[in-house]
Design a protein around this ligand. Structure first.
Ligand code: KG4
Ligand code: ZN
Length: 347
C-alpha cells in the first residue's frame, strides 16, 4: 500500500478508440486525449480488427506526447494499459507499448480489465459514489448487472445471454440504414419517432433473475421494418420502439435488483449510458425509489484512457503490479479480479 501521491499513465486500445490519460492520485485527472477510429471502419459497417491494431500503432505515441506535454510530466510513476477483454491485436499494441514504457521508466505496470475501467468512471466526477452500489454496464460488447462492494469485489448478478445492448443498438441502426457506429444515430432518429405506433417486447422480464437477451429485440425490429415502405417516419418509429424497449428492459432488471437487495446507489456506465432517454428514465427511477443514480460524464461513457489510468492507479496504490511478461485476454470474467483493500477501508 503506497501513501505518497503517484501519477499514472493509462492506455486504452481494446477496440476502435485510442485513449491516453494521466491520472494523479492527489490531483485527479491531469490530461487525456482520444482518437476515434469510427471514420476508418465506417465503410465496412463495423470494426475491422487488423485495421484497428494498425491504427493504434500509428496513434499511440503522438497522443502520448500530447498528454505528457499538456500535463508537463516527463516520467509517470506507473503505467496502466487495458489487457482485456477486447480484440487481441488491438490490446497487444497498448500492452506492449505500456509494458515497454514502464520498463524504460523503471516504473511498475498493471494490466487493467476494460469493464472495471468503465465501472469506475463515475469516480472521476466531483461527487463520486460511495461503495457498495449496484452497477449496470452497458457497452458494445457487454451488458452486465454487478453487485459492487469495492474495487475488485464484483459479483455478477446478470448478463446478456446473446447480444450486448450496444451491439443490438448498432445492428438495429444498420438495418435502418444508419451509419456506423449506430447507437447514437439510432437515438437521434428515435427523437422523431412516434412512441405509440409499435410496442416491442421487453425480453426476459417475465422470468425471474437478472439476465438479459437483446438479439430477439433486434429481430423484432427487423421483422417490423421489412413489412413497411421504409420511409423516414417508418424508420424513426422503429428506432423509437426499439429504444423504448431496450431502455425499459434495462430499467426493469435494475429495479428488481434494487428492490431485492435494497441498494441505495446505482451507477450506469459504458457506451450506452450516453443515451439521453436511458439517462432520463434512470434519473426518474432514482427519484421514485429514492436512490442515488450516477453516470460518467458523456465523454467518458464510451472508451477512453482516463478510466484505465484511474483503475490502474487504484491497483498500483494497493501494491498490485504485473510482471515483465505481456499478457492480454480476449475474454476475462470480471469477477476473477483480485480485490483492492478491505471493505472497511471504504474506498
Ligand atoms: O463502451 P463502448 O465505447 O465500447 C465497448 O466497450 O463496447 O460502447 C460502445 C457502444 C456502441 O455499441 C455504441 O453504439 C453505443 O455504445 N452507444 C450508444 C450511444 N452512444 C454510444 N448507444 C445508444 N445511445 C447512445 N447515445
Ligand atoms: Zn468499452
Amino acid at each position: 500500500m503506497r501513501d505518497d501521491p503517484i501519477v499514472v499513465l493509462g492506455l486504452e486500445t481494446s477496440c476502435d478508440e485510442t485513449g491516453i490519460a494521466l491520472y494523479s492520485s492527489q490531483d485527479g485527472l491531469l490530461a487525456h486525449s482520444l482518437h476515434s477510429q469510427a471514420a476508418l471502419h465506417e465503410i465496412y459497417g463495423g470494426v475491422v480488427p487488423e485495421l484497428a491494431s494498425r491504427d493504434h500503432v500509428r496513434r499511440l505515441l503522438p497522443l502520448l506526447r500530447e498528454v505528457l506535454d499538456i500535463a508537463g510530466i516527463i516520467k509517470p510513476d506507473g503505467v496502466a494499459y487495458t489487457s482485456g477483454p477486447g480484440l487481441i491485436g488491438a490490446l497487444l499494441v497498448g500492452a506492449a507499448t505500456g509494458r515497454s514504457l514502464a520498463m524504460a521508466w523503471d516504473a511498475p505496470a498493471v494490466g487493467v480489465h476494460h469493464l472495471e475501467g468503465h465501472l469506475l468512471t463515475p469516480m472521476l466526477e466531483l461527487n463520486p459514489p460511495a461503495f457498495p452500489f449496484l452497477a449496470l454496464l452497458v457497452s458494445g460488447g457487454h451488458t452486465l448487472l454487478v453487485d459492487v462492494e469495492g474495487i475488485g469485489r464484483y459479483r455478477i448478478l446478470g448478463q446478456s445471454l446473446d447480444d450486448a445492448v450496444g451491439e443490438a443498438f448498432d445492428k438495429t441502426a444498420k438495418l435502418l440504414g444508419l451509419p456506423y457506429p449506430g447507437g447514437p444515430e439510432l437515438s437521434k432518429l428515435a427523437e422523431q419517432g412516434n412512441p405509440e405506433r409499435f410496442r416491442f417486447p421487453r425480453p426476459m422480464t417475465d422470468r425471474p433473475g437478472f439476465d438479459f437477451s437483446f438479439s430477439g429485440l433486434k429481430t423484432c425490429a427487423l421483422n417490423t421494418f421489412v413489412n413497411l415502405p421504409g420511409n423516414f417516419q417508418d424508420r424513426a418509429d422503429v428506432a423509437r420502439a426499439f429504444e423504448e424497449a431496450a431502455v425499459d428492459t434495462l430499467l426493469l432488471k435494475c429495479r428488481r435488483a434494487i428492490r431485492e437487495n435494497a441498494y441505495q446507489r446505482l451507477i450506469v456506465a459504458g457506451g450506452v449510458s450516453a443515451n439521453q432517454r436511458l439517462r432520463n428514465r434512470f434519473i426518474g427511477m432514482g427519484d421514485t425509489l429514492n436512490i442515488e443514480i450516477y453516470f460518467p460524464r458523456r465523454q467518458f461513457c464510451t472508451d477512453n484512457g482516463a478510466m484505465i489510468a484511474y483503475a490502474g492507479c487504484q491497483r498500483l496504490l494497493a501494491g498490485q503490479s504485473d510482471s515483465l511478461s505481456i499478457r492480454v485476454r480476449s475474454r476475462w470474467p470480471l469477477d476473477e479480479l483480485p480485490a483492492v483493500g478491505s471493505i472497511a477501508q471504504g474506498f
